[in-house]
Design a protein around this ligand. Structure first.
Ligand code: ATP
Ligand code: MG
Length: 689
């Protein structure tokens, strides 16, 4: 598994100094030394095969990090390598005059980024983007970086709040186990897969000390609460409670040993992540006291019991579906844990309220069995999603610094990786869409921009072709017609539409796209999107419903009746809420569907490895703003001009034109070469008494 970390890696001498081309001949001839090639820009020719051979050799030699121009390639060791992440090593990279000259490591990226915040004329916020497919190690890497900054950017003061004296860095680190317990799950690809996107902002004061942090999350995969693919699991926290609760807690939360819950598949698998105690302690450090924790776990137990409520088909359409016999106990337990009145809970699941006509008359319609199931699932997802958002806000209030106490930040972006399963739906479409955006951002900001800048500055450069994923993005989000717009249109029209019809609409409206494919052998209605990372087949069944993500207003109203103190916070009686509950058939504010919410996702980046290496290998490793360049080299230039034989002092006009901000890179390059050329004479002149 491979992942790529984009930090801001300036000042590398990948280009200059050593005779790299000679090295690489030697390396390609001598396989035995291939693992010593620690920068992929030294590989020649740069092809997937040579790059893979090099990475393979390094992996076999336990060398898990390799530079690739401006990025770092990290290989997942799939085994503990504690010596690679020791505080001593962190300090070594921090103290190094040029960390990028040490062995490639995530700490080198971390340190360079840390220096970049301050090394420029104006302190500039920096971000590190960790990209890679699911299971590549993105979350692991983000955690490593957080630990690194907790050591090198430690603040000298400790916090006394929450009756626990601790450092802010420790508290920030404690946000990881909590967020992962509630937002990560075991999937086919990764036992600890992040089911939400995360951007964490590590806040630094003017002395470069970490004073706090802020977390922003993106699109939690809440469908997992009620529906898990075969061999996958629900969010870790549910298993943690069931496995880790004490005897008293089990009694309190109605979780007897060996109880079976339909929303809790594969409970027999024991994972490292199933540690309830770790989550509880981390919550305590974040200021979530024991009674509040118990309240959270009680609500989650209520959701588990809700999942065991099943309905039987009603023979008479005018009648509500009845509860299955063994579900009667579950509804009672769930109602008691969620502190909801039992009868209204059942009624809300069984009966739909419709307002219609000019007078807004209220009608009640018994739901079909499938509708009852959908309402039950919707209730659970609603509670879980609000609980997750609330937890993030509590974490933020615990770790976020005063606005006055920080001036810059280092951002870490860890989003879910590219996914392709046997059955892919809206969740995978959103995740892969995010990864396409990351890829495009990288293409635009690095591959394309860098080459355009070289061309603009008149530097000697032959354009490197790269895979532009614009066609794929046009297919997903383009205007006026795209997969997103077609799915949104179906939601807006609210017409009965089968999975097969959606497939036909997508295929006929977007037939011209080179990135749209069709699997003739598929028995289920589906379409294929050819992503930059590979083709993925998406099933159309349920896509529109998932995108609508409808929340019947009765469900919110029901939850507002809860006597539970946590649910009261999550579902406050809000007058605004009423105004949002527009009756059906009325003109309403545009509904924000899942994909349209997702389209606001920003700050994303990723890479095409081979193109990155090509451009980095051939490109200029050092980029200095014009003003800095003038300030740094003006004195040297004057000295050189004086020293070099036959030189004359440039007139003010000449100097002005040489150093003007409009001077192209090629001119500056020539000047710099002149300076370097004259340096030996200058050194000699300086040495002569
Ligand atoms: P997803 O997109 O599914 O969230 P991810 O890229 O975040 O995946 P991680 O959860 O970070 O993947 O890594 C998967 C697993 O690989 C980790 O739980 C850990 O066991 C192992 N792993 C990753 N990187 C390392 C590392 N540097 N050292 C040791 N183990 C690692
Ligand atoms: Mg992850």
């Amino acid at each position: 598994m491979l992942q790529q970390v984009n930090g801001h890696r300036s000042g590398s001498d990948a280009q200059g100094g050593k005779s790299l081309r000679e090295d690489l001949q030697e390396f390609l001839g001598g396989e035995a030394l291939l693992h010593e090639l620690d920068d992929l820009t030294k590989v020649n020719p740069v092809t997937l095969e040579t790059v893979l051979r090099c990475l393979q050799a390094r992996y076999a030699a336990d060398m898990f990090y390799t530079s690739a121009g401006c990025t770092l390639v990290a290989l997942n060791p799939f085994k503990p390598v504690p010596q690679l992440y020791s505080p001593a090593l962190m300090r070594e990279y921090h103290a190094a005059p040029q960390p990028q000259k040490l062995r490639p490591h995530i700490f080198a990226v971390g340190e360079q980024t840390y220096r970049n915040v301050q090394s420029l004329i104006e302190p500039v916020n920096q971000s590190i983007i960790v990209s890679g497919e699911s299971g590549a190690g993105k979350t692991w890497t983000s955690r490593c970086l957080m630990k690194f900054y907790a050591v090198v950017a430690a603040s000298p003061t400790s916090l006394e709040s929450h009756k626990i004296a601790e450092r802010i860095e420790q508290r920030i680190l404690n946000s990881n186990p909590v967020m992962e317990a509630f937002g990560n799950a075991c999937t086919l690809r990764n036992n600890n897969s992040s089911r939400f996107g995360k951007f964490i902002q590590l806040q630094l004061n003017s002395a470069q000390q970490m004073t706090g942090a802020a977390v922003q999350t993106y699109l939690l995969e809440k469908t997992r609460v009620t529906c898990q693919a075969s061999s996958e699991r629900n969010f870790h926290i549910f298993y943690q409670i069931c496995k880790g609760a004490s005897v008293d807690e089990r009694l309190q939360w109605h979780l007897p040993e060996g109880a079976s819950f339909s929303w809790l598949p594969n409970p027999e698998r024991t994972l490292e992540e199933d540690c309830f105690q770790v989550t509880r302690e981390a919550m305590l450090h974040l200021g979530i006291d024991i009674p509040t924790q118990n309240n959270i776990f009680q609500v989650l137990a209520g959701l588990l019991h809700l999942g065991n409520i099943w309905f039987a088909d009603s023979k008479d359409e005018a009648q509500s579906c009845q509860l299955m016999d063994d579900a009667k106990c579950s509804i009672r337990t769930s109602a008691s844990l969620l502190q909801l009145p039992e009868d209204p809970l059942l009624e809300t699941l069984q009966i739909r309220t419709i307002r219609a006509g000019r007078q807004q008359q209220v009608f009640q319609k018994p739901c079909s069995r499938a509708e009852c199931d959908t309402r039950r699932d919707c209730l659970a997802k609603l509670v879980y999603a609000r609980l997750f958002d609330w937890l993030v806000s509590v974490i933020n209030s615990s770790i976020c610094a005063d606005p006055d106490s920080w001036t810059t930040f280092i951002g870490l972006l860890d989003v879910y990786g590219f996914e392709s399963f046997p059955n892919n739906s809206l969740e995978q479409l959103c995740i892969n869409y995010a990864n396409e955006k990351l890829q495009q951002h990288f293409v635009a900001h690095y591959l394309r921009a860098q080459q355009e800048e070289y061309a603009f500055e008149g530097l000697d450069w032959s354009f490197v072709n790269y895979q532009d994923n614009q066609a794929c993005l046009d297919l997903i989000e383009g205007s006026p017609i795209s997969i997103c717009s077609l799915i949104n249109e179906e939601c807006r029209l609210n017409r009965p539409s089968s999975a097969a019809q959606l497939q036909t609409r997508i295929e006929s409206a977007l037939a011209g796209s080179p990135c749209l494919g069709h699997n003739k052998l598929s028995r289920e209605p589906s379409f294929i999107v050819v992503h930059y990372a590979g083709p993925v087949q998406y099933h159309t069944a349920g896509l529109v419903e998932k995108n609508k993500d409808p929340v019947p207003p009765e469900l919110t109203r029901l939850l507002q009746q809860s006597q539970d103190s946590l649910l009261k916070v999550l579902f406050p009686m809000d007058p605004e809420e009423k105004s949002q509950e527009e009756p059906s058939g009325q003109s309403r504010a545009p509904v924000l569907t899942v994909v349209s919410k997702f389209k606001v996702l920003s700050q994303l980046e990723a890479c095409g490895l081979v193109e990155t290496i090509h451009i980095s290998a051939a490109g200029f490793p050092i980029r200095i703003p014009h003003q800095n360049f003038v300030e740094r080299y003006e004195l040297l230039r004057r000295l050189c001009t004086r020293t070099s034989p036959g030189s004359h002092s440039p007139s003010p006009d000449e100097r002005h034109s040489e150093w003007s901000p409009h001077t192209k890179g090629a001119t500056l390059q020539t000047l710099l070469q002149d300076i370097l050329h004259t340096l030996p004479a200058l050194t000699q002149a300086a040495a002569t008494p």
